[in-house]
Design a protein around this ligand. Structure first.
Ligand SMILES: [Zn+2]
Length: 250
């Protein structure tokens, strides 16, 4: 009995030494960086993510785009079915897809995460997943935009649905050169079905509930969050400048 206990303790000890060494080594050798973008629908996370990606050389991972992608739909289609009717997809499935995605070579330098995590559970699962590689979320940026401004932005938003393009326009402030046609790829623009007023209100209500525990976690527990206010008329470049300043002081 004593022998069993001793060998059991020894096994735990060696396992933890090996694990700590691996973490220490990976952390030292890893130059991966993970930045989480938080903010309501229409806050400009996608635009900011593309700008940061180009500036920092870290790939943008938009979870909404990943979930809509053909290969993911083919592989996980049945399990993602509730998404189409506004139902909930389990956090574990979202993380399974994220994990698969992060293993792709374009994320060798880390990722700028937009649209994930949406819940505290997802944030904790993400942290656990990254810990295995000896890394963690380095920064979180909360794009703080007033609700009326979000409604205004979303209801005038038109997007290019071409998967390789996905450029976004605002009919008042950033209209396409030719009405309803994408400047970049010349494809037809669409209004997302969830960018209509009654659905927007519901999305904002859901967001205001979801964001609280995430802010608490990243701000109070992890202390990696910066908040950047984006007001009416802020250009994407101005928002980017504020974010870069905030990140350099973080
Ligand atoms: Zn386009």
């Amino acid at each position: 009995m004593a022998k069993t206990n001793a060998s059991h303790r020894w096994r735990i000890l060696t396992t933890s030494i090996v694990r700590n060494f691996a973490r220490h080594f990976l952390r030292r050798s890893s130059n991966k960086r993970y930045i989480v973008l938080l903010g309501g629908p229409g806050a400009g996370k996608g635009t900011l993510a593309s700008q940061l990606a180009a500036l920092l050389g870290i790939a943008h991972l938009g979870m909404g785009d990943v979930l809509r992608r053909k290969d993911i739909q083919i592989e996980f289609g049945d399990r993602l079915a509730p998404m189409k009717s506004g139902g909930l997809i389990p956090d574990s499935l979202i993380l399974e897809i994220l994990e698969r995605e992060l293993a792709r070579p374009e994320y060798a330098n880390g990722a700028i995460l937009d649209g994930i995590p949406r819940t505290l559970e997802q944030a904790l699962l993400l942290e656990r997943r990254l810990a295995w590689q000896g890394v963690s979320v380095n920064n979180t940026v909360l794009l703080d935009v007033e609700e009326e401004e979000l409604i205004e932005r979303l209801s005038f938003r038109r997007i290019c649905p071409t998967p390789s393009c996905r450029r976004s326009y605002h009919l008042k402030y950033a209209p396409p050169q030719v009405a309803d046609i994408c400047d970049a790829c010349k494809g037809p623009l669409i209004q997302r079905p969830d960018d209509v007023p009654e659905v927007i209100r519901e999305r904002l209500r859901k967001y205001s509930v979801e964001i609280l525990p995430l802010c608490k976690y990243y701000q109070d527990a992890r202390r990696v969050m910066v908040t950047v206010k984006s007001t009416k008329g802020s250009t994407p470049q101005e928002v980017l400048n504020l974010v870069m300043t905030a990140l350099s002081g973080n």
